[in-house]
Design a protein around this ligand. Structure first.
Ligand code: PGA
Length: 250
């Protein structure tokens, strides 16, 4: 099955820096076309057009936005609509990233509205879920994933499920250098798969389920070999084209 390797650039890179990194990545992908890999780059909003242009003609690669607001347009200062993302060249969007949930205090309910609306507008959506260390240590892993998936997928239309992916990112592993071990990641992915089946039915069997949190060139192959790991969402190690390419070709 095809694996999705996604780069989350967070609040890094000016347009010129993004253009340079995306062009270097495009060179890697043209030189050695990765088999069975779909590549997505989520730059800051200001650099989506640059990245989409640099990746044009690289059939396995696409650009996406890091967030979206669930309305077509209106008085929502600071927000961005699905159509604006598409206009800039994005075909994907992240919803519910842990930094949106924990730093910007987004609710499960808002994440659900964003996910459903972006899908309905034709974007592919990567819904992010994951527990904090305190939640894991107090035995709430399953309950947290269940709550986030139930609310995150509450309003999605059955016809849109084919454009959905889910990224499991334990909050304690994001940007900390602490990657979830095979047992921890394997357990969480098995739970997420079971929940997806419960919530969206048989289609949940083939929803791509990505792992994220301190993915590096050295641990990518091991993570991709785990059951129910259909791809990787990479933060820090995706900022450099060479290091991200190593992960793509892992
Ligand atoms: P990280 O970030 O790879 O730097 O841990 C992952 C993410 O937040 O998507």
């Amino acid at each position: 099955m095809q694996k999705i390797i996604a780069a989350n650039w967070k609040m890094y890179k000016t347009r010129a820096e993004a253009r340079e990194t995306a062009a270097a990545l495009a060179r890697h992908l043209k030189e050695k076309q990765p088999e069975g890999r779909q590549v997505i780059v989520y730059p800051p909003f200001t650099a989506i057009a640059e990245v989409a242009a640099a990746l044009e003609g690289v059939t396995c690669a696409a650009a996406g936005g890091q967030d979206v607001y669930p309305a077509a347009e209106g008085a929502f200062t600071g927000e961005i609509s699905p159509r604006m993302l598409q206009d800039a060249g994005a075909s994907w969007v992240l919803t519910g990233h842990s930094e949106r949930r924990h730093v910007l205090l987004e609710s499960d309910e808002l994440v659900g509205r964003k996910t459903a609306f972006a899908l309905a507008q034709g974007l592919s959506v990567m819904l992010c879920i994951g527990e904090t260390l305190a939640e894991r240590e107090s035995g709430q892993l399953r309950a947290v994933l269940q709550r986030q998936l139930q609310a995150g997928l509450a309003e999605i239309a059955p016809a849109d499920v084919a454009r959905l992916a889910v990224a499991y990112e334990p909050v304690w592993a994001i940007g900390t250098g602490k990657v979830a071990g095979p047992q921890e990641a394997g357990e969480a992915h098995a739970i997420a798969r079971e929940l997806l089946r419960e919530i969206i039915g048989a289609a949940g069997e083939s929803t791509p389920l990505l792992y994220g949190g301190s993915v590096k060139p050295g641990n990518a192959a091991g993570l991709l070999a785990l059951d129910n790991v259909d791809g990787l969402l990479v933060g820090g190690a995706s900022l450099d084209a060479d290091s991200f390419a190593q992960i793509i070709f892992a």
